[in-house]
Design a protein around this ligand. Sequence first.
Ligand SMILES: [Mn+2]
Length: 282
Amino acid sequence: MSIIVSLKGLLLRYSTTPPLKHTVVTTFHKKGYDVYGRRCIESFLKYWPSDVSLLVYAEGVDVDIRDPRLTVINQTESVPRLHKFRELYGDNPYANGADPKGSGETNNFRWDAIRFANKVFAVTEAIERVKGVSDQLIWLDADTVTHTQFPKKIIDNLAPRGDQLAAYLNRKSYPECGWVGYNLRHPAIDKFAAEFEDIYLSGRFLEMKESHDSFVFWQIVKDMERNREASFKYLGSSMASGHIFINSVLGGYLDHLKGDRKVDGKSRASDLYTKRKESWWR
Ligand SMILES: [Mn+2]
């Protein structure tokens, strides 16, 4: 948006980026709450701006943290389409980590749609829920910890705007979807959400090369770009591979505990390929 001010006949044009309302969404089950979810919520409440709220889809766990910024949603009752998906494909080995190409692998995340659908349906339910209330819905993996005060201005700058439907951590191959910012004001946001769900519910994910949420997200992004339905904001780098989350601007405020780092509570120094000055990384 730009504001034009006339001052004694002199036209001054100020370029302004209006402040935005942000909602963060995540999900976890009982074990996840114990190992990392609690830490995710507590560090959010400590370091995120006071006007950002957090929506948690909790599966079979009583979240015993109370805060006006925190809304806990009973995943079992409130995300019926996820449970429909589990009914349809819960017994299908190719939706539970088995390699459809027949390598004999049975437990590979690339084909574990049942596991990653938790994210997909939490995102789509949250889009419905906070559209009209917030400008940006930020998906944040629960295995993240905020370690440094996260300024509102940085979050505003990370947000997708205008014809950008989402902001995500791109890299050489499929993106890192531990953080995805959705533009709730984009005219095609409902279409995106419907497509995300339908790829899973219709069984189309079984025909795809990989079926975890990040791969499916990437396919939708490429389709929408090709069809000129939306553009996207890139928070990563097309040259980068590996642990893009903590090496992006996000690493200045958050850590993302992939794999067994969840138990350690911290990423390793060897995960960084950019210099970081925050005390967390010392
Ligand atoms: Mn993660």
